[in-house]
Write a protein that binds this ligand. Structure first.
Ligand SMILES: C[S@@+](CC[C@H](N)C(=O)[O-])C[C@H]1O[C@@H](n2cnc3c(N)ncnc32)[C@H](O)[C@@H]1O
Length: 200
């Protein structure tokens, strides 16, 4: 049962996925409140969110900033939920939501001003490939921002114990960002996690 719950955080589906989505929307809402101002979104910016889930972050940004957001998520349930939540922004061409695996996604080179993800990197068994792809998609001087929970916070949750969650340390993530070629790496922290910000 715990493995099933853990796998639903990785890729929500079915009835349990709908429940997990509600849990994530409520629990992770403050993490979006924290990461959005960190991105310093400017008028006309092109953003990419990887693993948008319920689509709350896309919705909040679209309602408050004059920018364009592309999203990619490999859960069909989340694709449908986020598309419904952001219907009016999609109709006005402010938002484009895609259904697919970021690891197989052909990212447009030098296209985005900002790329971000919240509670997603645990599900990548290696960070080298996705970080390098993210860097390819960012314009020179553009920003990559991620939110990740602290290892202690993840370990406290019983459903994270069975190999679905990679429990990356801050140091490891920073090293991988440097290896991918990111610069000016900084982070801020609260009791739950870290926001790591870096530049191409
Ligand atoms: C733990 S949820 C986080 C959802 C939302 N960002 C939040 O913080 O509440 C992880 C999300 O990332 C998506 N995801 C995980 N790995 C992915 C991948 N390789 N490509 C696309 N989406 C992925 C899942 O489908 C899920 O919606």
């Amino acid at each position: 049962m715990l493995r099933l719950i853990g796998s639903q955080f990785k890729k929500p589906s079915g009835l349990l996925g709908k429940i997990i989505s509600k849990v994530m929307k409520k629990g992770n809402s403050p993490d979006y409140d924290k990461i959005i101002p960190e991105m310093d979104i400017k008028q006309g910016d092109r953003l990419l969110e990887i693993g948008y889930g319920h689509g709350l972050g896309v919705n909040r940004i679209s309602a408050n900033y004059d920018c364009h957001i592309t999203g990619i998520d490999f859960s069909e349930l989340m694709f449908k939920e986020a598309s419904k939540r952001n219907r009016k922004f999609i109709e006005h061409n402010k938002v484009e939501l895609n259904f697919g695996n970021f690891l197989d996604y052909e990212i447009k080179p030098d296209h985005y001003d900002k790329v971000f993800c919240v509670h997603v990197i645990y599900f990548w068994d290696s960070l080298a490939e996705p970080f390098s792809k993210i860097r390819t998609g960012i314009k020179d001087g553009g920003v990559f921002c991620l939110f990740m929970a602290k290892t202690d916070y993840i370990k406290k949750m019983k459903f994270t114990k069975d190999g679905i969650f990679n429990k990356y340390s801050l140091d490891h993530v920073v090293d991988e960002l440097k290896t991918a070629g990111f610069e000016t790496i900084s982070y801020s922290t609260n009791n739950k996690g870290y926001i790591i910000k870096c530049k191409k």
